[in-house]
Ligand binder design. Structure first.
Ligand code: BES
Ligand code: MN
Ligand code: ZN
Length: 499
């Protein structure tokens, strides 16, 4: 999709469709009023007759409105003018997009940028619109034998701004919105691929290809021999149960100066999680192809940062494996030695994410990071605790937690802190090793983070458990591209701080 910004009056837009807001109940937005006036009261007449109340979700598509230069006018219900929040604003844009798509409109001028959203700027609205529009248009058809591209696809959207003085702000917002949206789509595409296509080697190849697209990135891939030599016994204990070779992928983007410490993003890349010998039950097991959404999110975020050429150093590190039951797979009770030297008793082979992450978290010490954020579909318990709205957030550094919570609110891609108290640590006690890989039934999301915390003492660290937010189940099954937006907002806001 192509996005631009423009200032101008709605009746003067020579374009397929002009979109304007109607508030509840039956109140015209400024753009709708202007169109109404030009058409000699046509719109207010229809509204008075009850054609559109202005509730969220309602639409009215008009053709050949008098004294306008556009083919169509689409009125979109926005609810009460004072109540429009992030969620409603995205919903309104999604409704607009699906209506336009069904109508066969190819070019649109949206005046939804003029509607007030509490405490939000023009650039925020443009940015959110792009994410919502692209999310509505997203499809994943690459593996269907017949590709049916829409006959007349929506391909251009112009955001209206109130004057020439707002063009610069609008254009910058378009640039950011498009970069983040492309990162989200990259993340969704990788995650939606099935486990027989998207293997650890496939992820490594995709990361390597990113170097061509973004010259300031450098990708290195370690294979099992290298990983073994680094002493990553925990990582190896998972990958040895699969015929696919595990990899440790590093993608470095150096946009800041040499001395600037990097932000390190670590993404769980389990391309399929069968549970291993502690085999999962069959129902919905297919969804465990999404167990690499942390990795996909990290690649999406790094790609957006690289696309924007931000003056920052960001390093993505992705431990990627397949978790399978096999003659050589780890067994419950096995004890392995991690890269840190700590020994781990594997009481459940399905708690594999923390085993590959802990070695990756030791590995990233060598980058002398400003902060490390790991992103993982780590626990089913997180879905129980928080559902699909926020990601679970824990860490060892208050300011980092604070900044992530804030970036979550600003991006609409939210997270929520759970208490990472020392009180929970004893649940990981083992009779035979330094630490057990599971902590019992209670507080499973927190004990998983407690496990990781044993490997992150040397730097500022936060952990995002994205098990509930990374994909949707049911009829709309598919990856969401979260938390790309959250991560990129965090990095953008981190840069603002430093100015
Ligand atoms: N990838 C799963 C977590 C998961 C499960 C995410 C369902 C989303 C939906 C993870 O590897 C796992 O299996 N965790 C176990 C941990 C348990 C054995 C302590 C879980 O959550 O059951
Ligand atoms: Mn598992
Ligand atoms: Zn898993």
């Amino acid at each position: 999709m192509e996005y631009t910004v423009k200032s101008g009056s709605p009746e003067k837009q020579r374009i397929g469709c002009v979109v304007a807001a109607v508030f509840a109940s039956r109140t015209l937005s400024p753009a709708a009023k202007t169109l109404d006036k030009a058409s000699g009261g046509m719109i207010s007449n229809l509204i008075r007759r009850g054609e559109l109340e202005g509730d969220v979700g309602g639409t009215l598509l008009l053709h050949n409105v008098d004294n306008t230069l556009c083919d169509r006018v689409l009125l979109v219900g926005c609810g009460k003018e004072k109540d429009i929040d992030t969620k409603t604003f995205r919903k309104i844009n999604a409704v607009m997009t699906s209506t336009l798509k069904a109508s066969g409109t190819t070019e649109v001028a949206s005046f939804l940028t003029e509607i007030p959203v509490k405490r939000r700027s023009l650039s925020w609205k443009i940015h959110q619109s792009i994410e919502a529009i692209d999310a509505t248009l997203y499809t994943f058809n690459q593996l269907k034998s017949e590709q049916k591209p829409p006959r007349r696809p929506l391909r251009k959207c112009i955001f209206s701004v109130s004057g020439r003085g707002q063009l610069a702000e609008g254009e910058e917002a378009v640039r950011r919105g498009m970069a983040i949206s492309a990162g989200i789509n990259l993340s969704k595409d990788l995650a939606n691929l099935p486990g027989n296509v998207c293997t650890p080697s496939y992820l490594a190849k995709q990361a390597t290809n990113m170097q061509k697209q973004f010259p300031k990135t450098r990708v290195t891939v370690l294979d099992e021999k290298d990983i073994e030599e680094l002493g990553m016994g925990a990582f190896m204990s998972v990958t040895k149960g699969s015929r696919q070779e595990g990899k440790l992928i590093t993608i470095e983007y150096r946009g800041g100066d040499k001395k600037q410490k990097p932000i390190v993003l670590v993404g769980k890349g389990v391309t399929f999680d069968s549970g291993g010998i502690s085999l999962k039950p069959g129902a919905a097991m297919d969804e465990m192809k999404f167990d690499m959404c942390g990795a996909a999110g990290v690649l999406g975020a790094v790609s957006a940062v690289a696309e924007l050429q931000l003056p920052v150093n960001v390093i993505g590190v992705i431990p990627t494996v397949e978790n399978m039951p096999d003659g050589s797979a780890s067994k419950p009770g096995d004890i392995v030695t991690s890269m840190s030297g700590q020994t781990i008793e594997i009481l459940n082979t399905d708690a594999e994410g923390r085993l590959i992450l802990c070695d990756a978290l030791s590995y990233v010490e060598k980058f002398d990071p400003a902060a490390v954020i790991d992103v993982a579909t780590l626990t089913g318990a997180c879905v129980v605790a928080l559902g699909e709205h926020p990601a679970g957030l824990m860490g060892n550094h208050k300011p980092l937690i604070h900044d992530l919570l804030k970036a979550g609110k600003n991006s609409g891609d939210r997270c929520w802190e759970l208490p990472l108290w020392d009180d929970y640590q004893e649940q990981l006690d083992s009779n035979f090793a330094d630490i057990a890989n599971i902590g019992g039934k209670a507080a499973g999301t927190i004990t998983a983070a407690c496990f990781l915390s044993r490997f992150t003492k040397k730097y500022h660290w936060a952990h995002l458990d994205i098990a509930g937010v990374a994909w949707k189940s049911g009829k709309q099954k598919g990856a969401t591209g979260r938390p790309v937006s959250l991560l990129v907002h965090y990095i953008l806001e981190h840069l603002e701080h430093k100015k």
